[in-house]
Write a new protein. Structure first.
Length: 209
């Protein structure tokens, strides 16, 4: 185990002997840090958070109280995983200067990628292998199903349901409570109104920008 002398590890926390804990890290009460984990400088792993084996957490990040980060995930610099959120195995959260934010109680499934500056709202569900681009937003309670892509700058409104393998284009908006069926394509800068329904395989044309 390598724990920097400036790190603070609560005596009730469990840190695997093979973990590396950087400078000025704080690991809270009853937190668990698994085998082979790397925790970068100035990061907080909060009360009862669980970090699985081989996870890499960057600098100035936060894993909130009771949050769970699955094995092999990457949590980039400045990324925030809010209290009670679940981040699946092999998920990538941000790799650049401005990390994304995963809201309280949100779930990000295995193999998903959440880009720089993106936001996943409280209680949202992001399916396996989903890609959420830089500065895209998935609002509270929304569902983005397996294999979908929400491109940079796009927005999925609160309570919306984006089906499997859907592509939501750059700067597009899926309104609050709207539903987009499996395999549909929402073109760049297109807007789907609140409560609207887009059928499976449909194409919503790109709006010239």
């Amino acid at each position: 185990m390598t724990i920097n002398p400036s790190a603070i590890v609560d005596p009730t926390a469990i840190v695997d002997p093979s973990a590396e804990v950087g400078a000025r890290v704080t690991i809270g009460a009853y937190a668990e840090v698994g085998a082979g984990v790397i925790v970068g400088a100035d990061t907080n792993v909060c009360y009862k958070a669980k970090v699985g084996a081989r996870v890499t957490i960057g600098e100035y990040a936060e894993v909130g109280a009771r949050a769970k980060v699955g094995a092999g995930a990457i949590v980039g610099d400045h990324t925030i995983v809010r209290a009670g959120a679940i981040v699946g195995a092999r998920v990538t959260l941000g790799e650049y200067a401005e990390g994304p934010e995963v809201g309280a109680g949100a779930i990000v499934r295995a193999g998903a990628k959440v880009g720089e500056g993106a936001k996943v709202g409280a209680g949202a569900k992001v399916g396996a292998r989903v890609i959420i681009g830089a500065y895209a937003e998935v609002h509270a309670g929304a569902i983005v199903r397996a294999g979908a892509e929400v491109v940079s700058g796009a927005m999925v409104g609160a309570g919306a349901d984006v089906g499997a393998r859907v592509k939501v284009g750059e700067g597009a908006i899926v309104g609050e409570g709207a539903k987009v069926g499996a395999g549909a394509i929402v073109g760049d800068h297109a807007e789907i109104g609140a409560g609207a329904i887009v059928g499976a395989g449909a194409i919503v044309p790109t709006v010239p920008w």
